[in-house]
Each structure stands twice: as structure tokens, then as C-alpha cells.
Design a protein around this ligand. Structure first.
Ligand code: SF4
Length: 401
């Protein structure tokens, strides 16, 4: 949610519900003040058929953990015991921050379901990354290790299967799987066939969960006993229309006692096939808001679910669904459309402009130049979301460079 939308939502809410609504908003932001029947700590769910229970809210580690140690402490107090990081996050500082925390509170390691990831292309590289991750985090094992950001299930080949089995036998990892934000449905369907994937983290939100393809993919993984963690659950898009309808959506949920962002989390949790939601929560306020949503047992009404579904349909052409095989395969030259769409989302929906610029400028210079000049007509014709790909790639080339 952008700041302007948050401000608008709050104004609309106060206009329609007055001081009582303001009190409700304050209550929903702090877990201890929720409805009397709510539990004190974020509940757990089974992680597929692994036999492991995980907190339904996971702390994403793409932020300055070394300087936010109190936030980690508070997360554990509220039951946010599933921590997610990656070898690459914050140039290694995310893992170092977790290590700093465990050095100070070694007894807390037993409470945490700890996940890290590697983007290494080789199994040797994965071994090196894993050893470095363990050293940085001052632990002898991680609970789940992901091959990071795969685009095709062929990445999970026999070599990686053997690597995972050995790392488990060596006691360095308990569970093994992958994360994906490209071609998620195909990756999930393929994983369900493999028989040795323990867990997956994938882009999943109130937009994507409406499609038959995603429903089939999630069903297949649930039947195969694979634990699923949803990420990018706010469904932030690349084109922000700022329409009155879009802005009023937030006010609608506040009348029920939760924010638009909390409603989007609830929509995902209402699918019991999803074990957990991974959310970047770099501030205590956001941690409190998301924890409140996890503690709140009120279900979305049919009207609220319809509102989200209609919002998803109306804004389809402003949201990239990550089906990169479709558009990138239609381009006359290699441009990572899906990745650049993500960077635009970080900039425009998350408000993380500097982070988006850093990621964008890590692309090869020739790719960035090519991006602004390429003909995207064929890709746009194939895009199921009908996105203005050419316009967005040119905007990214101009705005993020
Ligand atoms: S631009 Fe369109 S085709 Fe390409 S990944 Fe996004 S939604 Fe899919």
C-alpha cells in the first residue's frame, strides 16, 4: 500500500466511523488489545506433510536486521517464529543480523524455524553458500533450505536432489525445496510430481489465487504433502491508477476492523493449503499490524471477498502475474521482463525506490539499454494480463537507471 492510499483509507475510515473507528484501528494494530477470544501468539499450521508446525506469519529478512534486534525479539514474543532470509539479502547483512541475535540469545535458536536460500547455479556453489549461511547465522543447521528463485522445475534436477539428501544426512538442513516468483504454477505442478520437495515459497495473493491454473497447482502440492509459504501477498502492481474505487477499497475494510493490507493477508490465510505468509516487516508498526491480522479470527465476508476479486479483475492490466515464459519467449532479444516488473513493484507499490534502483542497476548495462529500445508488440499480444509491457520497460529504463 502506498502512503497516499494509507492516508486516504484512514481519512475515509474516520469520516465514516468517527472516533469509535479510530479506537478500533488502534486496537487492531496491537496484538494484546484484540478480541478476547484471540490467542496470545500467532498460531501455527502444519507445513505440508513434513510433520513440522510453522507460524502462519513469517518474518521476511530483507531489511537491516543488525540494527533491528529488538524487532526480532518482539517477533518471537508474538509467536512469529518462522524467520526467512537468503544468502544474498542485504549483501549478507540479513544473515549476519540473525547471527548477531542468536549470539546474544542462543536459547532462542530452538524456537525459530529458520529458512535460508541460495542462488548458486552449481551444487558446489550451494554447499559453499550453505556453509557461509550457517557461519553467519551462528547455527549448525537451517530448518529449510531453498534453491532461490527458480523459473523452471528443471532446475530441481537429480544433482540437486542428491545434494539435498546429503545436506540432510549431514545434519545441515532439515527440509529442502525452492522459491519462485516466475512461472509459479508450472513450478508447483512439476514439484508435485517429483516426490522429494518438502517446501515451496511462491508468489501468491488475492489476485493469483483466483485463477484456475493457480488453484490446480496449489491443490497438486497440497495432495503431494508439500509445505507452501506465500510471498508478495499484497499483490502490489506496476501501474498505480489511484482511481477512486481503488482508494475506497481500504475504507471498506476498515469498517470491519482491519486495514486493506490486513484483509489481503486474511484472504490468503483463508486457504488452509497455505501454511504461512512471508512478509517483509522492517518496522515494529508493520510487525504489529500483521501480527494483529494473524491473531484476528474474523473471516472476510462474502462481500469483502467479492470486493477483492473485483479489484483484482479491474486492475489486471496493472499487475504482472509472473508468467515470464509467455512474454520473454516472444521477445526478439533477451530482456528479463519479469524481474524488471518486480523492481517496478518494489518502487511503485512498496515505496522502496532505492532498493529497486539497486536491483535494476545490477542488470548488465547492455540489457538496460536494450530494454528501452526493444519492440514489445508480440509480447504484449501474448500477455494474459494485457500489460503495457513496452511502456513499462521504457519507464523502468528511464526511472530506475
Ligand atoms: S508481462 Fe504479462 S506475460 Fe509477462 S510475466 Fe507479466 S503478466 Fe506474464
Amino acid at each position: 500500500m502506498t502512503d497516499s492510499k494509507r492516508d486516504y483509507s484512514r481519512r475515509e475510515f474516520l469520516k465514516t466511523t468517527g472516533a469509535a473507528g479510530a479506537g478500533l484501528l488502534a486496537a487492531s494494530a496491537f496484538p494484546g488489545t484484540l478480541a478476547a477470544q484471540a490467542p496470545d501468539r500467532v498460531p501455527n499450521r502444519p507445513f505440508g506433510k513434513t510433520g513440522v508446525q510453522v507460524a502462519i506469519l513469517s518474518l521476511g529478512g530483507m531489511f537491516d536486521i543488525p540494527n533491528n534486534q529488538l524487532l526480532m525479539r518482539q517477533a518471537l514474543k508474538w509467536g512469529v517464529t518462522y524467520w526467512d532470509t537468503a544468502n544474498s539479502y542485504e549483501g549478507g547483512n540479513s544473515e549476519l543480523g540473525i547471527g548477531k541475535y542468536f549470539a546474544r540469545y542462543p536459547e532462542d535458536r530452538k524456537l525459530v524455524f529458520l529458512v535460508t536460500k541460495s542462488t548458486a547455479w552449481t551444487v558446489k556453489g550451494m554447499s559453499d553458500h550453505l556453509d557461509l549461511s550457517l557461519e553467519r547465522m551462528q547455527t549448525d543447521h537451517v530448518d529449510l533450505f531453498f534453491v532461490h528463485a527458480i523459473r523452471n522445475i528443471s532446475s530441481m534436477d537429480k544433482d540437486r536432489q542428491r545434494w539435498g539428501e546429503k545436506a540432510k544426512a549431514d545434519g545441515k538442513i532439515r527440509l529442502f525445496g525452492f522459491s519462485t516468483h516466475s512461472n509459479m504454477e508450472e513450478c508447483l505442478l512439476g514439484a508435485a510430481e517429483l516426490g522429494w520437495i518438502d517446501g515451496i515459497m511462491m508468489t501468491y495473493n488475492y489476485r493469483l489465487m483466483q485463477t484456475d491454473r493457480m488453484r490446480r497447482a496449489v491443490d497438486a502440492c497440497a495432495r503431494a504433502g508439500i509445505g507452501l509459504t506465500a510471498m508478495k501477498t499484497q499483490g502490489g502492481g506496476q501501474v498505480l491508477t489511484g482511481s477512486a474505487e481503488e482508494l475506497k477499497l481500504g475504507g471498506r475494510f476498515l469498517q470491519s476492523g482491519y486495514t486493506e493490507g490486513q484483509a489481503k493477508l486474511k484472504a490468503v490465510w483463508e486457504n488452509p493449503q497455505i501454511a504461512s505468509i512471508c512478509s517483509q516487516m522492517p518496522t515494529m508498526a508493520l510487525l504489529a499490524q500483521n501480527t494483529a491480522a494473524a491473531l484476528n479470527r474474523t473471516k472476510l465476508s462474502a462481500d469483502e471477498r467479492n470486493a477483492l476479486e473485483n479489484h483484482a479483475l479491474a486492475g489486471a492490466s496493472g499487475y504482472c502475474a509472473g508468467c515470464t515464459d509467455i512474454c520473454e519467449g516472444a521477445l526478439p532479444a533477451a530482456v528479463p521482463v519479469g524481474r524488471v516488473m518486480r523492481y517496478l513493484m518494489y518502487c511503485r507499490s512498496y515505496g522502496s525506490r532505492e532498493f529497486a534502483r539497486r536491483r535494476f542497476n545490477a542488470l548488465p548495462a547492455e540489457t538496460r539499454i536494450l530494454m528501452g529500445r526493444l519492440d514489445y508488440t508480440a509480447a504484449e499480444a501474448r500477455c494474459p494480463q494485457k500489460m503495457p509491457i513496452g511502456r513499462l520497460m521504457r519507464e523502468a529504463a528511464a526511472d530506475l537507471a
